[in-house]
Design a protein around this ligand. Structure first.
Ligand SMILES: [Zn+2]
Length: 180
């Protein structure tokens, strides 16, 4: 599926030609998609940052639980106990159906790697066969992030109960540290 096809599908869905001077937004098929580079940068080429290592050194001998809105996977790269990280906003390292037609999420390291290795360096196009497609409905896969009502959250909510229990059991006797 390329840009031309995406425009055609969009016009078919709206049922009328776009008025002159108006615009619609599609995925950027004609460029090496920015989010592919972004995912690679935040999820795969970035080591755990010093901030997270230092934080771990401070809390490692204490009872702790991490709740984070970060989706960059930094808390999963070092020594934090992964069962004690509640990252409810999703992950750049996963893909899901853009329409959330099912609850399956996919590790995207290999998919992202292929797109980056095999894109056309002259036109900057990603090869059509490397564009990730939902095997269930044939629509695009997209980053598994809480950005709209289609977000597939089931895999990120498994330790919500543990987090709530941790907070409840502490009866207010805890330090809440916020990284911004
Ligand atoms: Zn689907």
């Amino acid at each position: 599926m390329g840009l031309r096809h995406a425009c055609h599908v969009q016009l078919e869905r709206q049922g009328y030609d776009e008025e002159v001077g108006m615009a619609k937004i599609t995925m950027g098929y004609n460029l090496l998609s920015k989010y592919v580079v972004h995912i690679n940068n935040v999820s795969y080429s970035q080591e755990q940052l010093d901030t997270y290592r230092l934080l771990y050194d401070i809390i490692k001998d204490r009872k702790y639980f991490v709740i984070t809105t970060n989706a960059d996977g930094q808390f999963f790269k070092g020594s934090f106990d992964q069962d004690k990280v509640f990252a409810m906003q999703g992950s750049y390292g996963k893909y899901q159906c853009q329409h959330g037609c099912n609850d399956i999420i996919y590790d995207n390291e290999e998919i992202i790697g292929k797109m980056l290795q095999r894109f056309n360096e002259e036109s900057l196009e990603i090869r059509e066969e490397d564009i990730p497609i939902c095997p269930e409905c044939g629509e695009l896969l997209c980053p598994n992030l809480r950005i709209d009502h289609c977000f597939v959250e089931v895999n990120h909510m498994h330790n919500k109960g543990d987090y709530v229990e941790f907070i409840s059991a502490s009866e207010g006797r805890f330090s809440f540290w916020s990284l911004v």
